[in-house]
Design a protein around this ligand. Structure first.
Ligand code: SF4
Length: 265
């Protein structure tokens, strides 16, 4: 059946996060789906959570500095959950061939530059998200190569509506110029009570053995060739699939540090 013709059902839920509660409503397919296919629902929930946090910040006089045209943070390493990798791969395959080739070329150039800097092996073997000195150093070494994300165009995200959760979750309230050199430790990231990106990574690590549940975004075109379909491991009726995600919200470490690959934290 055409996905757009699927019946949907509205699901309401409330989950405790630390001392607070995350309450939301989501519209999901009533019938069969999987975790990759309901990513738009998770993106929308994440946007609403982030919107609430930024509104609270505004009440306390703090403004998020991030906006179109500032792509400073898009030169950081981006951990991409395998479910988002699957969704982006599917989307890329729908693009005109010339556009696919253009993107493939950019990913290739990015990898060449990282390889020339001797970073590929470290990216494969080190856990960037670990709170260790070597992970922090790797993040800095990567950032200083100034390799733009292959999806960055005119300093704006060319896939903004479908950008990864971790990109949505990385916001700062410090002046944009500080993002050009995170080593100065003047970047003030917005701390979220919950990071959807990390939950997706954790589910990915469960369904794909010997995996962290995510890949470096710059490896996306290489990953595409595997034809992997991790979403199929978390399949069922829409409410069930959403539950598989939501039940982990309560288990998530909270409050979490900034959900970013930023070397500044
Ligand atoms: S996907 Fe978009 S927001 Fe994320 S790093 Fe790339 S260009 Fe930036």
């Amino acid at each position: 059946m055409d996905e757009q013709q699927q019946e949907t059902v509205c699901v309401e839920f409330a989950v405790g996060i630390g001392d607070g509660k995350f309450t939301a409503t989501a519209v999901v397919p009533a019938g069969p789906t999987n975790l990759t296919q309901i990513l738009p629902v998770l993106q929308s929930l994440d946007d609403s959570l982030i919107g609430g946090v930024t509104a609270q910040l505004a009440e306390s006089g703090l403004t998020v500095s991030c906006k179109a045209g500032c792509g400073a943070c898009c030169r950081q390493m981006v951990p991409l959950s395998i479910f988002e990798a699957e969704a982006l791969s599917t989307w890329i395959r729908t693009l005109p061939e010339a556009r696919q080739e253009e993107l493939a070329g950019r990913f290739h150039q990015a990898l060449l530059k990282l390889a020339a800097a001797g970073l590929i092996d470290r990216m494969v073997n080190e856990d960037w998200l670990a709170e260790t000195e070597s992970a922090r150093q790797l993040a800095l070494d990567y950032f200083y190569q100034r390799v733009p994300c292959p999806f960055l165009e005119d300093e704006s995200c060319s896939i903004h509506p479908i950008r990864p959760l971790i990109c949505r979750e990385y916001l700062v309230t410090s002046p944009p110029q500080h993002c050009a050199d995170p080593a100065t430790l003047q970047v003030a990231p917005v701390h979220l009570p919950l990071n959807f990106s990390r939950i997706l990574n954790a589910i990915g690590a469960e369904v794909e053995r010997d995996s962290r549940g995510w890949i470096p975004l710059v490896f996306l075109f290489a990953w595409m060739k595997s034809g992997a379909r991790p979403g199929e491991a978390v399949a069922g009726a829409g409410p069930q699939v959403l539950y598989e995600f939501v039940k982990r919200i309560g288990q998530a470490r909270s409050p979490m540090p900034a959900a970013d690959p930023s070397p500044s934290t």
